[in-house]
Design a protein around this ligand. Structure first.
Ligand code: SF4
Ligand code: MG
Length: 325
């Protein structure tokens, strides 16, 4: 099966004034299969939104990318060029569910007007077909037809999210990219939003969800990729990651343990500056398992993990580990 998206060694550097580089994303490697949901998780500033922007060709001018991100086996998003991305990719091959739907919607136009415009552009629907097509597009995202003539500011957060999702679905793109789709929503709405998004993978559409919300990731994802300091440090099946035996990477373990529903123990310290990454493992100064090798040599990402002491890293903290086992 051709992956819907195949990302190989994707790196994004920002050139800053004074010649300093910021390594926002380094050597990211993952793929998303048809019908699959991959959650890319990590704290804010870890590079996950930059990665999303790279896939959409929406990086600022001082960014440089290397590697590849091949869509549907034929289009490298990193080299395709703005014209191709605008004409054939955004909306048509990648549907974007944005981080803040209210900001993504045009404030001075009703939801109906925005859906109709997008339908004209992406499906060629015309004139008399538009009202029915708009109603159908709204229904796909469970946006109530009775609210179609409202303006974005007249919508609740949940309805704005659905309106934005309806727009994202119009082009029938094989890949949905949802960047922090649950930001600002309360827990009930988070669950409804992710359940809705998941439903859109039923016909083979792939979903890449970018989130710092681990509960949302657990609810929706087939696989989870954990980012730290610009690198993917672990990729795992969601079932084994959130269930047993749990994460393998010490940072990923720390993220889960920090959840209020779990141990509620925060990871000590702060992530390193992306402009001043250490030579060794970027997590070393926060990691209970770190040794001289960790600080001296960056762990390669192999078999879904970037850690020198895995899988045996789990055993290095005797009290906690025996309790978990
Ligand atoms: Fe911790 Fe070393 Fe693994 Fe980095 S490589 S996460 S410092 S054990
Ligand atoms: Mg972000």
């Amino acid at each position: 099966v051709v992956p819907v998206l195949d990302v190989r060694d994707l790196s994004v550097r920002f050139r800053m004034r004074g010649g300093r580089d910021i390594a926002a994303v380094t050597d990211a490697r993952f793929s998303v299969a048809p019908g699959e949901c991959l959650a890319l998780v990590g704290e804010s500033g870890c590079g996950k939104s930059v990665l999303a922007s790279a896939l959409l060709g929406l990086l600022p001018a001082n960014a440089a990318t290397t590697g590849s991100a091949v869509l549907g086996g034929d289009t490298d998003l990193l080299t395709a060029g703005e014209d191709t991305l605008a004409r054939t990719v955004r909306g048509r091959r990648i549907g974007l569910v944005p981080q803040s739907p209210a900001a993504h919607l045009t404030p001075v136009r009703t939801v109906r007007a925005q859906l109709e415009e997008s339908l004209r552009e992406l499906t060629g629907a015309r004139g008399g077909e538009l009202p029915n097509a708009a109603a159908a597009a709204a229904a796909r995202a469970s946006f109530p037809e009775g609210h179609l003539d409202r303006y974005p500011h007249e919508l609740s957060g949940g309805l704005a999210q659905r309106a934005a999702t309806a727009l994202a679905l119009i082009g029938d793109a094989p890949l949905l990219l949802a960047d922090e789709p649950t930001t600002g929503l309360d827990r009930d709405l988070v669950e409804r939003t992710v359940d809705e998004l998941r439903r859109h993978t039923d016909e083979g559409r792939a979903l890449l969800i970018i989130t710092h919300d681990l509960a949302a990731a657990e609810r929706i994802a087939d696989r989870v990729a954990v980012m730290y300091a610009g690198r993917i440090v672990e990729i795992a099946e969601a079932e084994t990651f959130f269930g047993a035996p749990g994460p393998r990477h010490p940072y990923a373990k720390g993220l889960l343990n920090a959840l209020p529903e779990r141990e509620f123990i925060p990871i000590p310290g702060m992530p390193p500056e992306l402009g001043a990454l250490p030579d060794g493992c970027a997590f070393a100064d926060r990691c209970a398992y770190a040794d001289a090798r960790c600080t001296g040599e960056r762990p390669a990402f192999t078999a879904g993990l970037a850690c020198h002491h895995a899988p045996t890293g789990r055993a290095a903290s005797p009290s906690k580990e025996s309790a978990d086992a």
